[in-house]
Design a protein around this ligand. Sequence first.
Ligand SMILES: Cc1cc2nc3c(=O)[nH]c(=O)nc-3n(C[C@H](O)[C@H](O)[C@H](O)COP(=O)(O)OP(=O)(O)OC[C@H]3O[C@@H](n4cnc5c(N)ncnc54)[C@H](O)[C@@H]3O)c2cc1C
Ligand SMILES: *[C@@H]1O[C@H](CO)[C@@H](O)[C@H](O)[C@H]1NC(C)=O
Ligand SMILES: *[C@@H]1O[C@H](CO)[C@@H](O)[C@H](O)[C@H]1NC(C)=O
Ligand SMILES: *[C@@H]1O[C@H](CO)[C@@H](O)[C@H](O)[C@H]1NC(C)=O
Length: 504
Amino acid sequence: MRLSDGLSLTLLYGLILCTLPAGASEEPRHPPSRIAVIGAGIGGTSAAYFLRQKFGKNVPIDMFEKGAVGGRLATVEMKGDEYEAGGSVIHPLNLHMKTFVKELGLSSRPQSGNLVGIYNGEEFVFRESDWFLINIIKLLWYYGLNFLRMYMWVEDVLEKFMRIYRYQTFDYCFSSTETLLHALGGNDFTEKLNMTIDETMQKAGFSQMFIDEIVAPAMRANYGQGVRVNGFVGAVSLAGTDSGLWAVEGGNKLVCSGLLYASKAQLIQGTVTFVQEKTRPSRTGGTVKLFEVSYETATGPRLDLYDILIIATPLNKGISNITFLGFSPPIETFSKSYHQTVATFVHGRINASFFGCSEPCHFELSEIITTDNPKLFISSVGAVSPVKAAAKPSATKPAGLKVWKVFSPEPLREDQLRLLFESYDTVSVKTWLAYPSYNPPEKLPPVILHDRIYYINGIEWAASAMEMSAISAKNVALLSYHHWYGKDGHIDQEDLTERLKSEL
Ligand SMILES: Cc1cc2nc3c(=O)[nH]c(=O)nc-3n(C[C@H](O)[C@H](O)[C@H](O)COP(=O)(O)OP(=O)(O)OC[C@H]3O[C@@H](n4cnc5c(N)ncnc54)[C@H](O)[C@@H]3O)c2cc1C
Ligand SMILES: *[C@@H]1O[C@H](CO)[C@@H](O)[C@H](O)[C@H]1NC(C)=O
Ligand SMILES: *[C@@H]1O[C@H](CO)[C@@H](O)[C@H](O)[C@H]1NC(C)=O
Ligand SMILES: *[C@@H]1O[C@H](CO)[C@@H](O)[C@H](O)[C@H]1NC(C)=O
């Protein structure tokens, strides 16, 4: 029934388009002559992949990247092994990431189940046990039914969020991140952008002790910030406590290089500096507006012209440094800032007594997250495994020596490292402008920066995660496609859930 409706609509569209006298419509109906994507992180490379699916095999797509393909998905090398330094874990229901890995012939690597301890600066407020039953009893004892309710609460958000895959499968897209979120979860979702996770959970009836001792450490471990983050990113962060988390065998960045290859986009190694609108003669005799992209390469400055521009890097201060010249209204750098997170990798032996566990410590320390105590100089520390499963068991490694990943807001000083570790031999540091500094109420940046210029990274202000970038990338690919071919029927539609119920 629905299917045939769709079919006749498409036919109707075709008829209208064909019967329009030439030149009556200003919208170009030929494919774009060139598309540019700026930034080869997961957002940009998945955009290239989806653009290729929509626009077909002949449209040239250029991908600009000033650094390494992968962006915030990167590894560090330590003692001959590589470890995830940026985005590391993926939720089992992140369907775009799952599909990429499958289509690209990559494989997944389950996250090892580290036992978690929650440290408040003086002692552990909670320690996970090897025994499932003991954990349940402890949690019930300390937090009553808060845990169970949290899982139900997160599941409810997740279930609504999952609607996006269905919408996108049927080519529906949204002209702003707010309308996208609203289409998934109504005011319930958009309101979460205006409240902190603290307020959101208080309102939902969670105890303050639970929020301080369980929720805050989860926020700090995932986003380096406490319970002042908005309720939406808070929910995403709590979903990160689910089981079944995974990563990509060989490194998450392999998804980016894989998508780039599959999209057949041309990688241009260079730093984009300026974007300017230019008027040029069109093939039909009129004029056409194109975007001139200026960029610096190893061999000097160059420029190229494009019909469509996809910005896949944050346009916040100190990150991309792209200047848009002569646009009206102007396209400006966003003033809000990104949060600094330092990832320090240490090969050594952790100092259990620093965490108030005197020797002999009967707790196998492997993952320590922390409450929002300003005296703490770290957000979390955990033992990590290499991105590649070891070819042979590392029986040769001395017991107790592990590679630890420490997250902190500031680089660790040597005296701090000496406190944290009983002994260590190798240290490697990666400083990130990692994700937004969340501070609700959050007004999200636009998706459409200008006619035919689209911005993927605004979605990070709702929540920054690999899957969020991929969702935003697909949204932008669909939006640019529908705009180009004048198909408004797939943009900002309400009641999609009802409408799509009867679709196959
Ligand atoms: C420490 C850390 C931990 C994280 N943990 C997780 C996690 O566990 N799970 C999860 O899902 N997410 C996690 N994230 C978030 C996740 O990594 C990001 O949301 C995601 O990788 C963003 O991808 P992106 O493509 O949108 O941006 P980016 O990866 O930042 O890509 C932008 C690219 O654009 C390039 N670029 C910038 N300016 C220019 C220019 N002028 N010219 C040319 N190129 C330019 C940059 O070099 C970069 O490669 C984490 C992030 C960090 C930093
Ligand atoms: C959230 O706050 C913004 C202002 O920051 C406001 O425009 C918007 O209507 C609010 N949204 C909701 C759902 O309350
Ligand atoms: C930003 O770009 C301008 C113009 O190209 C350049 O002069 C400046 O040094 C750049 N700044 C940074 C932080 O990259
Ligand atoms: C370990 O931590 C304790 C307590 O903070 C501290 O006194 C000690 O100097 C640290 N270092 C070593 C090597 O034990």
